[in-house]
Design a protein around this ligand. Structure first.
Ligand code: SF4
Length: 462
């Protein structure tokens, strides 16, 4: 029998990349590849890259320097290591990656990973292979399903891609160029995947997509179904206790989806809804297609539907032309909405996007100073939100053993990690926990006697 070959996948960026990396591993499992967590042990190293943040390509090239040294060490021991670069940087850079990093054997974009076995064979045959096409066939039809044992090893909470790509063309973003236009998977294929996950022990599913609430996949009657309708269908799967979805765009937050937060008990009271800026002038320059008032109105309606909804968001500070007044409008929006957390970044020009061509770029020192002020406010809100959880009782899904014996780590409905003294038999189960201590980003709790719901946890403004 052949020795299994070892696969090391390093994921950069978002949850979509984590999901893609897992599906690559699933696709290679029938070829005899088993995953390893040690890069220096691997026969195949895949860097699954992300192009969202500043200097993404440069970071990949510096990582490739490290991987090249692994390849050289292995070669000295008579072992061949194949290096592949996948994801959005691969899509954007293409063959340039092999020109700048000749140790790389294979470059392939996000729409090609179902062809990985053939691409590896081509790289073996021809020395190098590059595939950055947007194929017309559905890659999900060609991906191998993970085994039950693999699903179990990955834990009780799983991501499922339901939508890919974006047609919005925000002027700062590369996604429409690297992931292509919006495509939604048919409902029945998503349900089949989630049923398989549920049978193997998964209890929580997060539906993911670059623009997940633009979902419009084919339903059983051949007509498009919305994300609200998809969530409703998924919530009928008995063994799935919890549902989430990410990442959403305010423009696609329709009435049905807002109502789903009221009507679907399995839909967790936490939503990531990027706004990017609180200034109408900057939102227009970003081509976001919504105003500050639109966003405030959506959040109010969401909280009307689900009063304890914990909202998180994304912010970009220092977008070209952002004045102190524009930034003050962002800070004011943050204070008005009250978030349980947020990701915030300095604007960085992504080559090929309209924002990169704008003339009124902002000085780095000004960006840094604004980012600090914004993050101080967001940190204050996150801590305030966590402290309001003290003494409350809510359900926690236990995901893994804690660092100390007799301890489990789970997630609150609001997505906070919670550490609890609890028997290992509760791993994978939902149990009521009373929060006894709050420290930094973590909550600590004790098993409660009975579950409780706290609908007034956040309220408007923090
Ligand atoms: S909505 Fe805007 S930020 Fe989000 S993926 Fe599309 S272009 Fe990028």
């Amino acid at each position: 029998m052949n020795e299994p070959r070892k696969l090391f996948v390093k994921s950069f960026g978002c949850q979509m990349n984590v999901y893609d990396s897992r599906r690559m591993a699933d696709t290679l499992a029938p070829q005899g590849y088993v995953e390893t967590s040690a890069a220096d042990d691997a026969d195949l190293v895949i860097l699954n890259t992300c192009d969202i943040r500043e200097k993404a390509a440069e970071k990949v090239y510096s990582e490739l320097g490290r991987v090249r040294r692994l390849k050289e060490t292995a070669a000295a021991e008579g072992r061949r290591v194949v290096i592949a670069v996948a994801g959005c940087v691969a899509q954007a850079e293409g063959a340039e990656i092999i020109r700048r990093a000749p140790a790389v054997d294979l470059v392939f974009g996000p729409q090609s990973y179902h062809r990985l076995p053939q691409l590896l064979a081509r790289a073996e045959r021809e020395g190098k292979a590059v595939d950055t096409e947007f194929p017309l066939d559905d890659k999900f039809d060609h991906l191998a399903a993970p085994s039950s044992a693999t699903i179990r090893a990955r834990g009780v909470s799983a991501f499922v891609t339901v939508q890919e790509g974006c047609d919005k063309f925000c002027t700062f973003c590369v996604v429409p160029y690297t992931r292509g236009s919006e495509v939604s998977r048919p409902v029945r294929k998503i349900l089949a995947e989630i049923e398989r996950l549920a049978q193997a022990g998964v209890r929580e599913v997060t539906l993911i997509g670059q623009n997940v609430n633009a979902y419009h996949g084919e339903g059983s009657n051949g007509r498009p179904r919305s994300l609200a309708q998809l969530l409703e269908e998924v919530s009928t799967i008995d063994d799935i206790d919890r549902l989430r979805y990410t990442t959403s765009h305010p423009r696609d937050m329709d009435d049905d989806l807002i109502a789903a937060h009221r009507d679907l008990p399995k839909l967790m009271p936490q939503l990531h809804l990027p706004v990017q800026s609180g200034s109408d002038r900057i939102l227009a320059a970003m081509n976001r297609g919504h105003t500050r008032e639109d966003y405030i109105d959506i959040c109010a309606r969401l909280r009307g539907a689900r009063p304890d909804l914990a909202l998180t968001s994304d912010f970009i500070v220092g977008f070209p032309g952002e004045s102190e007044e524009d930034f003050a409008a962002t800070l004011e929006l943050v204070r008005k909405i009250g978030f349980s957390g947020a990701f915030s970044f300095k604007y960085s020009a992504r080559p090929g996007t309209p924002g990169a061509e704008m003339s009124d770029q902002i000085d780095e020192d000004i960006k840094s100073e604004r980012l600090q002020r914004l993050q101080a406010e967001i940190d204050r809100q996150r801590e305030a939100f966590n402290h309001r959880c003290l003494s409350r009782t809510f359900d926690v899904l236990f995901e893994k053993p804690g660092r100390h014996g007799g301890q489990l780590v789970g997630r609150s409905p609001y997505l906070q990690p919670v550490q609890v003294s609890a028997p290992a038999s509760l791993l994978g189960a939902v149990a009521a926990v009373t929060i006894t201590e709050v420290a930094s980003n973590s909550l600590f709790g004790a098993l409660a006697q009975a579950p409780a719901r706290e609908p007034d946890l956040l309220g408007a403004g923090a």
